[in-house]
Write a protein that binds this ligand. Structure first.
Ligand SMILES: [Zn+2]
Length: 608
């Protein structure tokens, strides 16, 4: 969802359809290499539950707890206020304002509060449920059950009639309710979800409609911004969790063929499309494969990810100005000077984590984990914290003149996804298959599971990505034979792995599997050599480069230096959590994204 400052929604939408049309005429033969890959025969890796994984990384846990603290401090009346007002009911309590406010006189052509009333409600309930799965706090469960019952009283046709984003809100309600069922054992969640679906379906288009296309009585532009083309993923998940066949059928009904068909054939049609919602839609395509067995949709998601990766910043972020771009264009390069809205960080990261997680689980390919890790360290983990008044971190800024900043509007979409992202770090860190474990992210943490008759706990520690070494220690109630698979990032040339002191070299860019009988007290050490390296923004601008060390982009801090060579960048040396490089008459300073506060920085350097 977007409400870009300084660009009218009308103009924005216009540019979307034109660019989309132009890109769709590009012959697929010009885009070689994106032919997709065959569906694998092995079943996908499974996920752990939120309670199976314990994260001890201070940065990850602080983001989770701080975000949830802010949201849980809001009263039920304030959370329900726009829902009650839109349903014509008494609505006591304090107004949250910002995007969350319902103002019947909202004017889409003016900048004011009231852009997307109640749109984050379902995501907040979902985040509460995931947080309950982590903390087990009985008080929190009571609150979730209470909120769902109060919400149920607001389900009405008026809510959807008065709403510019009926499908968006419905999608988030489904997410909150199915998470309440799954993680907080709300016995009424599915009943309330069915009531929601009964009413919502009378007010949604019969099939997916993309941005800018009128589909309802009120055809004014503000009423064409809904995102019914992205809702299938949650409907499929609801079906998987036992909500009934109806949700599988609805998931299929809302698959957007105009988007997926060219992608499945290896043609990029991303250009001009709204970034977050269309990357999110690639997860709907993954669920169409996982739930309904559609290999066409697997190809669409696989190719879509490749097209996305080819237009991503070195941070892993994408979609400057919230738009996806044409392959082999100058658009992403031009954005380094033309915008500060480089990547819609919490929403985009949420979509990116889900997509790369699905792809990794299906293909067991480490590059999806590399991509997820890149986005985590260089964007969302460095997001400014959600403020109590609703000011939210929204855009990561890759401009040459970059800063971290809050979105001017309070309670935007990104205040809905940040708590979900923060809760989900733990479920993306490890994956499971019957014969063992996959370690995907290197975050201080532990994971518990049962292997045959043995209770296993694997604990990882270390100061990665600021050091090369990651240590693992195994606890086992009895010896057990299984595989431990570790992601060796593509950049980690010369990587090594040692088990109980005996070490071996391993190739970069793969999951390396260690199959053996594991016993209590076994230790594994991973050595991932981080050398500085440069990545150009694209092939046509080879002198505009980002400096990286391991998964970290090293952001040059404003230093007045105008002439920097590649050699000077590559010579940067680490001291603690910063890097520096001496040049004649100056010292270049570099910081990781997580540590930047009010400093001016750039992502890329124009080298001489
Ligand atoms: Zn957002």
């Amino acid at each position: 969802m977007s409400r870009l400052p300084k660009i009218s929604r009308r103009r924005f939408i216009g540019s979307v359809s034109l660019a989309g049309l132009a890109a769709s005429t590009t012959p697929s033969s010009l885009l070689g290499g994106f032919t997709g890959r065959p569906a694998p025969s092995a079943p996908p890796l499974s996920t752990f539950t939120y309670a199976d994984v314990n994260v001890t990384s201070a940065a990850h846990e602080k983001q989770l707890h701080d975000t949830l603290d802010v949201l849980m401090s809001i009263s039920d009346d304030s959370l329900l206020k726009p829902l009650r007002k839109m349903s014509g009911q008494p609505a006591p309590g304090e107004e949250l304002g910002g995007w969350y406010l319902y103002d019947p006189a909202y004017d889409a052509d003016k900048v004011q509060a009231g852009f997307a009333p109640a749109c984050t409600f379902g995501q907040w309930v979902s985040a509460f449920a995931r947080y309950y799965a982590i903390t087990g706090s009985p008080k929190l469960r009571d609150r979730i059950l209470g909120l769902n019952r109060l919400y149920a009283k607001t389900i009405s046709s008026d809510f959807y009639e008065n709403n510019r984003f009926p499908a968006y809100c419905f999608d988030k309600f489904v997410c909150g309710l199915m998470d309440s069922h799954q993680f907080a054992a709300d016995p009424d969640a599915f009943r309330i979800m069915d009531q929601t679906t009964d009413v919502a379906m009378q007010h949604l288009p019969p099939k997916a409609v993309e941005h800018g296309h009128p589909w309802r009585k009120n055809a004014s532009p503000g009423y064409t911004w809904d995102e019914s083309d992205t809702i299938s993923e949650n409907l499929f998940i609801a079906y998987q969790r036992g909500a009934g066949e109806r949700y599988r059928a609805l998931g299929i009904q809302y698959l957007d063929d105009t988007y997926y068909d060219p992608l499945a054939e290896g043609r990029s049609n991303l250009a001009g499309r709204h970034a977050y919602s269309h990357v999110n839609s690639l997860s709907s395509a993954m669920q169409a494969y996982l739930t309904a067995g559609s290999e066409k949709h697997l190809r669409a998601a696989t190719n879509g990810f490749d097209f996305l990766a080819a237009q991503s910043f070195a941070t892993g972020g994408w979609g400057p100005g919230e738009l996806l771009r044409a392959p082999d264009s100058d658009d992403v390069y031009a954005s380094l000077t033309s915008t500060h809205a480089s990547f819609e960080t919490p929403c985009g990261s949420y979509a990116h984590f889900k997509l790369t997680s699905y792809l990794l689980r299906v293909y067991r390919d480490s590059r999806y984990g590399d991509s997820m890790e890149r986005v985590m360290y260089n964007t969302v983990l460095g997001a400014k914290p959600l403020q109590r008044d609703g000011h939210s971190f929204y855009y990561a800024d890759c401009n040459f003149d970059g800063k971290k900043f809050y979105h001017p509007d309070r309670w935007p979409c990104c205040s809905g996804t940040l708590p979900q992202v923060a809760a989900d770090y733990r479920i993306h860190t490890y994956f499971r298959e019957p014969s063992g474990l996959y370690v995907n992210l290197y975050i201080p943490s532990s994971v518990r599971w049962t292997q045959g008759a043995s209770q296993i706990t694997l604990t990882q520690s270390g100061d990665y990505p600021f050091q090369d070494t990651i240590k693992f220690e195994l606890k086992a109630s009895r010896p057990a034979e299984f595989s431990l698979n570790f992601r060796i990032p593509a950049w980690a040339v010369g990587a090594g792995i040692s088990v109980n002191g005996s070490s071996a070299c391993v190739a970069a860019g793969q999951f390396v599997g260690m199959h053996r009988e594991w016993s209590d007290g076994d230790r594994v050490e991973l050595e991932l050599p981080r050398k500085t390296r440069l990545e150009p923004i694209d092939a046509r601008h080879p002198d505009t480069v980002a400096l990286l060390s391991g998964p970290l982009v090293l952001f040059p801090i404003a230093n007045g230096q105008s002439r920097t060579t590649r050699a000077q960048l590559l010579a940067a040396t680490q001291k603690g959590r910063e890097w520096s490089s001496e040049t004649p008459g100056d010292v270049l300073r570099f910081m990781p994204y997580t540590d930047i506060d009010s400093e001016s920085y750039s992502t890329y350097t124009r080298t001489v």
